[in-house]
Design a protein around this ligand. Structure first.
Ligand SMILES: Nc1nc2c(c(=O)[nH]1)N[C@H]1C(S)=C(S)[C@@H](COP(=O)(O)OP(=O)(O)OC[C@H]3O[C@@H](n4cnc5c(=O)[nH]c(N)nc54)[C@H](O)[C@@H]3O)O[C@H]1N2
Ligand SMILES: Nc1nc2c(c(=O)[nH]1)N[C@H]1C(S)=C(S)[C@@H](COP(=O)(O)OP(=O)(O)OC[C@H]3O[C@@H](n4cnc5c(=O)[nH]c(N)nc54)[C@H](O)[C@@H]3O)O[C@H]1N2
Ligand SMILES: [Mo]
Length: 809
């Protein structure tokens, strides 16, 4: 990723070439200057715009506020909102160009049902009757556990809340999860483990104050590019912060770092234990803070006692001196800010390693003050809402499934019997749901806003699970995805810009996104589809009144506010009108905090008392849940919790057959399975085909040169990709996971026995014991040359498009 440097003879650079735009430098404690980014369709001028409609970005979790330009009933561009606390007007490249996908000619516009093996168009009544009929049959024959819901981190809070009430309170199934399991399950697990409850302690404004910023497994420059602009602007100003980057690749973050540590994939825990060892040895621990606000210090100190930098160096492949340097940076920080993302969450020992970042902040007493934030980042735009509204393996309002008084409380909010809400065991996680489908106990799976046939690990297995005859697969999407092609019923959804709702970003800022244009054809808002389902099933509360007693986004929002009352994520002080103000607002927002809350835990008091905490924790090695009694003994007063764990080697490590580490991840220009960004011409052209990153040394050893066409293989499958030689550390391959099959000749997967192009052909069925997040970033692979660069262009593997597809209109 090296943006071109324009000279006077080249045309005006687009933001594709200058993804972070011009610098607006600022110093510590100053306000981040405003810079308004706009992009309008060719030929459209600002004065042509009929209306600007309020929203926030939908292609990552940063929550950049913007307005959509509406011209003749169509979205024709976007403009950042100058007055919003999150972005001060800036937008990233995906947001500047990605909206074009909304009007792509191949949007789903009518429901489809499978007849004699083929998907055929039908009307809504027929499609919904089929779903409702099958639901009733299964409830009668097998009970609620035959039914599962697998949703997204890309719908709105109102939609998740409604789905959660239907599934948990109405149908009574424990099989409800989101693709947030693949995304931020570890963030939630780490926050619960350390602070007792989900919810980010920090704020983006911590960047304005910090003197050291540490990014753990987070390529912020490409994945939260506006947040990165904020850091770049600090780096361009007086007294810039020092940057620590922990990533096996030399990412754009690493290129700007004061110190870049490149551990071998899967070894984060060894590195973290050594850093904590050094902090303790060097006397950098804030004893007052630790003594008055935490529990668990002695056990953590014992855990890391032998974890010297020399010990970690041998495991991580990072020189001991560099580990010491990093520890000195952390020990010397006066205002330390940290972010954590997929390089930790999707790697081996995900939760255990992410928790160590919280530990560093607790040990150093750096929490709840300007500049001292920890952000266990989210990825998807609305992942926070999936978690707080209870549309994943959590219960609404961060309630604890194993605390009977929380269940009673939720039952009274929902007007149902407590026994109607499943809480006999931990909620079923997505990978376990797939296992139940494989076994045949789960017979109806309703997938909304996610594309598991590309995004789950070990795709050969996932395709076979989702194509089972005995499974009724309902897919609610906006395009005919690889997953939709396997469905029995396809429900066409309206999306961002075509429906109204709220969503919450990483630093708890809530934004309202309003309907700007009509959805195409008969597509319906996800909320309307869920409401229709509840109505047709005639779900009722215990007094016989309708369980789902709301009818539009604002009435759901009111119901959700009541459910959040008195919880950490208290929304009761918010209204749609308030969200139409200058800026988004951070929860908790209630009577006490009418303008929202910048930072949590400013008084060193946590949401961790045994009566209020969201869970009782899990063993960091085995994942075994702790019970209430164990928790009360460990943490009777509800302090923050220091928790350690030993480093353990990854389950799959390189060997003779598969000598290289394989990691997967993202590029700046694409979002996930490219259903939107692959249909935006500028973004598609910026990264049209799959590639693999390899170091010069490893390439030479494998006989590869840049541009060659290579095959990667693991025991699960094979993928072909074009070789890029980069500064990735030796011993590691990186493959972007964006490229599936919808725009290849085969459509839904590789032809029989052929190599594919989706990274998840290669990944393994394995997950973190604590968070249950799949491990997408630790595997072993082999790479071989298939063709040289000259013949690669002609090679017709499944990864090479036969023709350029039709672009967005
Ligand atoms: N452009 C773009 N932006 C996005 C998205 C997108 O698809 N495209 N998706 C959004 C979503 S849902 C998410 S979850 C976020 C994800 O955002 P990030 O987590 O920043 O993105 P990734 O590329 O998945 O992984 C980050 C880094 O982890 C490193 N890594 C891999 N293995 C290890 C390891 O074992 N240890 C360490 N320390 N590092 C490792 C990789 O080299 C990579 O640079 O991005 C969000 N923003
Ligand atoms: N190998 C590997 N695999 C990974 C990852 C990795 O780093 N490496 N990252 C993981 C992570 S962090 C994530 S978040 C997942 C993402 O994985 P997915 O969720 O499968 O990816 P998306 O392409 O975002 O799928 C979202 C789907 O929702 C549809 N959609 C968009 N808007 C709407 C709407 O308003 N309503 C409805 N009903 N549908 C809509 C889109 O068309 C698309 O099909 O992938 C995970 N998988
Ligand atoms: Mo994600």
């Amino acid at each position: 990723m090296s943006p071109a440097h324009p000279d006077s003879s080249t045309p005006r650079p687009t933001r594709i070439d200058q993804p972070w735009g011009e610098r607006t430098a600022y110093g510590p404690g100053e306000d981040w200057p405003v810079r308004v980014d706009t992009h309008l369709a060719d030929g459209v001028r600002e004065e042509d715009v009929d209306r600007w409609v309020r929203t926030a970005s939908i292609l990552h979790s940063n929550g950049d506020a913007m307005d959509m330009a509406v011209v003749d009933g169509r979205i024709q561009g976007v403009r950042g909102r100058a007055g919003d606390r999150v972005n001060h007007g800036r937008l990233g490249v995906k947001d500047l160009y990605g909206w074009q996908a909304n009007s792509s000619p191949d949007r789903l516009t009518r429901p489809l049902v499978r007849e004699n093996g083929q998907l055929v168009e039908t009307d809504w009544d027929t499609a919904m009757d089929r779903v409702v009929g099958r639901t009733r049959e299964l409830l009668d024959e097998q009970g609620a556990s035959a039914i599962g819901f697998y949703t997204s981190g890309q719908l709105f809070a109102e939609e998740y809340y409604t789905l959660g009430v239907i599934a948990h309170g109405g149908i009574g199934t424990n099989h409800v999860d989101g693709n947030t399991r693949l995304c931020t399950a570890t963030a939630a697990a780490a926050l619960k483990a350390s602070f007792g409850c989900d919810g980010q302690p920090g704020s983006y404004t911590d960047i304005d104050h910090a003197d050291v910023i540490a990014l753990y497994g987070h390529n912020m420059a490409e994945t939260q590019s506006v947040l990165w602009m904020r850091i770049l602007d600090r780096l361009a100003g007086p007294n810039p912060p020092a940057i620590l980057c922990v990533d096996p690749r030399r990412t754009p973050v690493a290129a700007h770092a004061t110190l870049h540590l490149a551990p071998l994939p899967g070894t984060n825990m060894a590195l973290m234990n050594a850093l904590i060892h050094e902090l303790i040895e060097s006397g950098a621990v804030d004893r007052d803070y630790v003594d008055s606000h935490t529990v668990g210090y002695d056990s953590l100190a014992g855990q890391v006692a032998d974890c010297t930098p020399e010990w970690a160096a041998a495991i991580c492949g990072v020189p001991a001196g560099r580990i010491r340097e990093a520890a000195r940076l952390l020990a010397g920080a006066e205002k330390l800010m940290s972010t954590v993302l997929q390089g930790f969450y999707q790697s081996h020992q995900a939760a255990a390693a992410s928790i160590q970042v919280n530990n560093i902040h607790l040990l150093r007493g750096m929490l709840g003050r300007p500049g001292c934030g920890v952000l266990q980042m989210n990825g998807q735009p609305t992942a926070q809402n999936t978690r707080e509204c209870g549309a994943d393996g959590d219960l609404a309002g961060f309630r604890n499934w194993s605390n009977p008084s929380h269940i009673d409380d939720l039952a009274s909010v929902w007007n149902v019997d407590p026994m109607a809400i499943p809480h006999y065991t931990a909620p079923t996680h997505a990978m376990q749901m797939m296992r139940y489908v494989e076994d045949g106990s789960l017979r109806l799976l309703w997938v909304s806003g996610t594309n598991p046939a590309v995004s789950l690990p070990e795709l050969h297995r996932i395709r076979s699970i989702l194509s089972q005859e005995r499974l009724t697969l309902v897919v609610q999407d906006i395009f005919m995805t690889e997953t939709a092609q396997l469905a029995d019923v396809v429900l066409p959804a309206a999306t961002w810009g075509e429906k109204t709702g709220t969503f919450t970003n990483v630093d708890r800022t809530v934004h309202l996104s309003e309907k700007a244009v009509e959805p195409p054809g008969e597509a319906r808002a996800d909320l309307d589809i869920f409401l229709d389902y509840a109505r047709r099933l005639d779900l009722r509360g215990k007094d016989g009144s309708p369980l789902v007693h709301w009818h539009d986004p604002e009435s759901v929002f009111d119901a959700w506010k009541e459910c959040s009352r008195g919880r950490l994520c208290d929304y009761t002080g918010l209204t749609y009108d308030k969200l139409r103000g200058e800026s988004g607002v951070q929860w908790p927002c209630n009577e006490e905090n009418p303008d929202g809350t910048e930072r949590l835990y400013t008084d060193g008091r946590f949401w961790a008392h045994p009566d209020v905490c969201e869970n009782y924790g899990r063993d960091l090695v085995t994942g075994a849940p702790k019970n209430a009694q164990e928790y009360k003994v460990f943490n009777p007063e509800g302090r923050a919790m220091l928790k350690g764990a030993p480093y353990l080697p990854a389950h799959e490590r390189p060997d003779e057959d598969h000598p290289l580490h394989l990691i997967t991840g993202r590029t700046l220009y694409h979002f996930h399975t490219r259903t939107k960004t692959g249909r935006a011409p500028e973004l598609d052209a910026a990264a049209p085909e799959v590639w693999v990153e390899i170091s010069a040394g490893d390439a030479a050893a494998a006989g590869l040169t840049a541009g060659d066409y290579a095959e990667l293989s693991t025991p699960r499958g094979r993928v072909r990709a074009t070789v890029r030689i980069t500064d990735i550390r030796d011993g590691v391959l990186f493959l972007p996971f964006h490229y599936g099959y919808w725009d290849t000749p085969t459509g839904d997967g590789p032809a029989h026995d052929a190599a594919g192009r989706a990274a998840n052909e290669l990944t393994l069925t394995d997950w973190d014991p604590v968070s249950k997040q799949p491990i997408f970033k630790t595997a072993a692979a082999r790479i071989t040359r298939v063709a040289d660069s000259a013949t690669a262009a002609e090679a017709h593997g499944p990864g090479h498009r036969e023709s350029r597809k039709e672009g967005a209109r």
